[in-house]
Design a protein around this ligand. Sequence first.
Ligand code: 5RP
Length: 294
Amino acid sequence: MADKDGIRKDHNYHLDIPMKNEPFTLRGSNSIAWGMKNRFSNIFNPDTNRTVMLAVDHGYFLGPTTGLERIDVTIVPLLPYADTLMCTRGILRSTIPPTFTKGVVLRASGGPSILKELSNEEIAVDIEDAIRLNAAALAVQVFIGGEFETKSIHNLTRLVDMGNRYGIPVLGVTAVGKEMKRDAQYMRLATRICAELGASYVKTYYVPEDFETVTAACPVPIVIAGGKKIPELDALKMAYNAIQQGACGVDMGRNIFQAEAPIAMIQAVRKVIHENMKPEEALKVYQTLKKEKK
Ligand code: 5RP
């Protein structure tokens, strides 16, 4: 008989409970498909809609930069404290344990080294390989105002089309060239263009003046890069201000892995991002953990 269960007397259909239809509350993401929401939930903590992304993809144009000489030694111990890891497929396959089950944001553009014109990038990953690697998202550099602006935008839109086919979000990374002014006007332009052209979320740099206008004008989540290494308190202040002004997290590299105590630093950053801890308090957390070598 097909419906053997039908003879049981003890079914409970909970007829008095309306079916839940939970909204997906991550900024600008209500209308995306299930697979994309699921991947996003492995990037942004669903409890806070925020993320601490650990960025270690710098080698794709910089080579073994300070702190990333031995990713197995310096970065793998940080993984338990990151919500998400951003890296290249080369590092992922060779060095990141496959038991790492949080989201991986795969660097999907590349080409020129630090010795050449950086904006001259191409798409550097096939969508099939991203799927094989179980990527939670793809990251592509966008050089607004750069020499190869249109080409980098085209990389973004092609990756968005590929990602949409398989439910993989795309992170538009706004790259700031040497000659470009890092101010709110520029960041508004660059982040909005990424969002308009389909990026599921956008990475930018924090600017001290009017950053809230950058987040307000971008309809998808914004995460900030950490940028060059600065004193720990300043990095925590930057993360705090960005969050209070509408960012949904950090995609931080050097200010974590170049800190004197990287494991302590990433835990302090978590406090700021997920618990709204004030930077001065988070610095105390950092100092305590550093002393305890935790
Ligand atoms: C390189 C990147 C990096 O991931 C990004 O800059 C974040 O790292 P950091 O906090 O060190 O700036 O996108 O192009």
